[in-house]
Design a protein around this ligand. Structure first.
Ligand code: ZN
Length: 154
C-alpha cells in the first residue's frame, strides 16, 4: 500500500518536473534572438501568440567586440515610435542602455551587451494589443538602420 502510494507520488513528481522542461523547448512565449559583430540580428520577424500572458526574450551577442564598440540591445516599440525612440535612445548613452529613462514609448527593452554575453527580459503582454504594429530595434547609435525587425503579437 505504502509502496504503491510512494510510487504513484514519484510518478506525479517526475511528471511535474519533466513537463516544464519539455514545454520550455517549444514554448511560444519564449523568444531568442542573436546579434553579431556585423551589426545584424539573426531574425527579422518575431511572433508571439495572443495566448501568452508574458514573453521572455533572450538576446545573445555572438560577436567578440565589447559593448562600448558593438553593443546590442533589444527594444520593443510601436511602429509609429520607431524613429523617436531610436533618436532619443542614442542620446541616453551606454549608462542607460541607450534608452531614455522613463520613456513610455518603450514597451520593453533589454540591457546593452557586448560580444559573448547574453541577457534576457520578461515582460507582460498587457502592454500589447493583438494585431498591433510593433517593431524591435537596437538603439546603440547607428545600429537601427540594420538592426530592426517586426514583432507580431496575436
Ligand atoms: Zn546593436
Amino acid at each position: 500500500m505504502t509502496v504503491t502510494r510512494n510510487t504513484a507520488l514519484a510518478v506525479v513528481l517526475l511528471a511535474a518536473f519533466a513537463l516544464p522542461r519539455f514545454a520550455h523547448a517549444a514554448d511560444p512565449c519564449q523568444l531568442e534572438i542573436s546579434g553579431n559583430d556585423q551589426m545584424q540580428y539573426d531574425q527579422q520577424v518575431l511572433t508571439v501568440p495572443a495566448s501568452c500572458t508574458q514573453v521572455t526574450l533572450t538576446l545573445h551577442h555572438t560577436g567578440k567586440l565589447p559593448r562600448e564598440a558593438m553593443g546590442h540591445n533589444w527594444v520593443l516599440v510601436n511602429a509609429a515610435d520607431f524613429n523617436t525612440v531610436a533618436n532619443s535612445g542614442m542620446g541616453a548613452g551606454l549608462a542607460n542602455d541607450y534608452v531614455q529613462p522613463g520613456d513610455k514609448r518603450v514597451l520593453a527593452h533589454t540591457k546593452t551587451i557586448g560580444g559573448g554575453q547574453t541577457t534576457s527580459i520578461t515582460f507582460p503582454t498587457s502592454v500589447l494589443k493583438a494585431g498591433g504594429d510593433y517593431r524591435y530595434l537596437c538603439t546603440f547609435p547607428g545600429h537601427n538602420a540594420l538592426m530592426r525587425g517586426t514583432f507580431k503579437f496575436g
